[in-house]
Design a binder for this molecule. Sequence first.
Ligand code: IPE
Ligand code: IPE
Ligand code: MG
Length: 238
Amino acid sequence: MGLHVGIIMDGNGRWAQGRGLMRTQGHLEGLKAAKQVVKAASGMGIDFLTLYVFSTENWKRTAEEVGFIMGLVRQYLKAEFAFASENHIRVRHAGDLSRLPPDVAEDIADVCRDTESFTGMQVILALNYGGRDEIVRAVNKALAGVSGKEIKINETVITEHLDNPDIPDPDLIIRTAGEYRTSNFLLWEAAYAEYYISDKLWPDWTAADLAEAIESFQKRERRFGGVNSASCEARVSL
Ligand code: IPE
Ligand code: IPE
Ligand code: MG
């Protein structure tokens, strides 16, 4: 089927606060949900799964919370490597690696390299990712590639210089915790993505919720700016 699903995993803090716990506890539970979802996704016809882990705006949070999330990422990469290799899962990164703590950037680069030849599902970790930042970096990469010469920026040039140009645009973007906004996720790539908003907080999200989201997506009619076949027929018969 070749589906690309992106998930804005939101609501970890609210999950913890609702239980009188520290926000960091919510991130720990969120990690557990992420593991479950990755495990379930490849069996659901998903070829590309992009997880929004940390945005370019999330640096506004306390050093304690940011440090905790970075620690969890490193822990996740180590703990899940065996699962990735057994299931031929390729791990990739989207975002600005150069502005991450060096140890985190190194771990990500290592796992991306070590899973590069795997041909199963691809899991893209959007970490220090911002849609605007990605577009700006893409334009700068394009300009740097032709130094001294004039370049005309068009959609193809930008698309070819995104973080993962070979990955197809997302078909479905899920956001948990009931917020109706993109928060800078895949701005360029999501031009024709279908959105699915769930009120559930991310730590409560399960494989069954993912299945429900995909089922809802499969009922959508995507027109990409064109007209559907039924309205074509109606026009012909007029
Ligand atoms: C999502 O949960 C995780 C990250 C943004 C890193 P939040 O931490 O944003 O949780 P809420 O939105 O405060 O509930
Ligand atoms: C989006 O969630 C970023 C991630 C899930 C990593 P935020 O919690 O940062 O988004 P806002 O601040 O509610 O828009
Ligand atoms: Mg949030």
